[in-house]
Design a protein around this ligand. Structure first.
Ligand code: FES
Length: 201
C-alpha cells in the first residue's frame, strides 16, 4: 500500500492543518501559563534568607528565626523544644507530625513556618490535661507511642468538629494517621470514650 503523503491541489494537507493547530494550542497553553505566573507574582512578596517570625504557639506569642523553606515542624522541635510532633514521613503520609492550625489538623512536616504567621498553632503539649490523651491511656491505645501525639491531636481536632461522632465517623475521621504497631482498635475505643464523656482528664 502506498503510504506516500499526497498533497491536495491547494498545497495544504490535513496533516499540515493538524500540525499547525497543535502548535497553536501549545503556544496558547504557554501564554496562559505565563499569564498565570505573572498574576500569581502580582501582590506576592518574595522572601529570601532568614526571617524573624512572630508565631502564636499554645497560647503564647513567640519569635522564631526561619528561612522561607523552614517547616513548622523544624521550628517547633528545634527552636521551641516542643518535640511531641514527630518527624516520620516528611510528606504528611503518616500523620505523626499533626498539629492544629486555627483548629484544623495539619502535618507540621509539610507546613512552612512562614505561612503560620497570624494563625493559632496548637501542639500535643497543649493537650496535657485534655480528655483525649487520658482516654488513650485508659484504653491502652499506644504501644511504641511514636504515632500517638499525632493521633491525639488528630482525634482532638476531629472531636471538636464532631463531638457526637459514631464509630464509623471516627474511623473515617482518623484515616490520615498511621500506626505501625497496629493500635487502631484501641485508638477508636479511646475516641468513642471521649464522645461518651469519659476520661475527663
Ligand atoms: S504505637 Fe507504635 S506506631 Fe503507633
Amino acid at each position: 500500500m502506498d503510504r506516500t503523503h499526497h498533497r491536495p491541489p491547494s498545497g495544504f494537507s490535513r496533516r499540515d492543518f493538524l500540525r499547525g493547530s497543535g502548535a497553536v494550542a501549545a503556544a496558547g497553553a504557554i501564554v496562559s501559563q505565563t499569564q498565570a505566573i505573572a498574576q500569581e507574582a502580582k501582590g506576592t512578596r518574595i522572601l529570601s534568607g532568614e526571617q524573624t517570625l512572630a508565631l502564636s504557639v499554645n497560647g503564647k506569642d513567640v519569635k522564631v528565626k526561619a528561612e522561607p523553606r523552614t517547616t513548622l515542624l523544624e521550628v517547633l522541635r528545634y527552636q521551641l523544644d516542643l518535640t511531641g510532633a514527630k518527624p516520620v514521613s516528611g510528606d504528611a503520609s503518616s500523620g505523626a507530625s499533626t498539629v492544629m492550625i486555627d483548629g484544623k489538623p495539619v502535618s507540621a512536616s509539610v507546613e512552612l513556618a512562614v505561612r503560620c504567621v497570624g494563625k493559632k498553632i496548637e501542639t500535643v503539649e497543649s493537650l496535657a490535661k485534655d480528655a483525649v490523651p487520658a482516654a488513650f491511656v485508659a484504653c491502652d491505645a499506644q504501644q511504641c507511642g511514636f504515632c500517638t501525639p499525632g493521633f491525639v491531636v488528630a482525634t482532638r481536632a476531629f472531636l471538636n468538629k464532631n463531638p457526637k461522632a459514631t464509630e464509623e465517623e471516627v474511623r473515617k475521621g482518623l484515616n490520615g494517621n498511621i500506626c505501625r504497631c497496629g493500635t487502631y482498635a484501641n485508638v477508636i475505643h479511646a475516641a468513642l470514650m471521649v464522645v461518651k464523656g469519659g476520661a475527663n482528664g
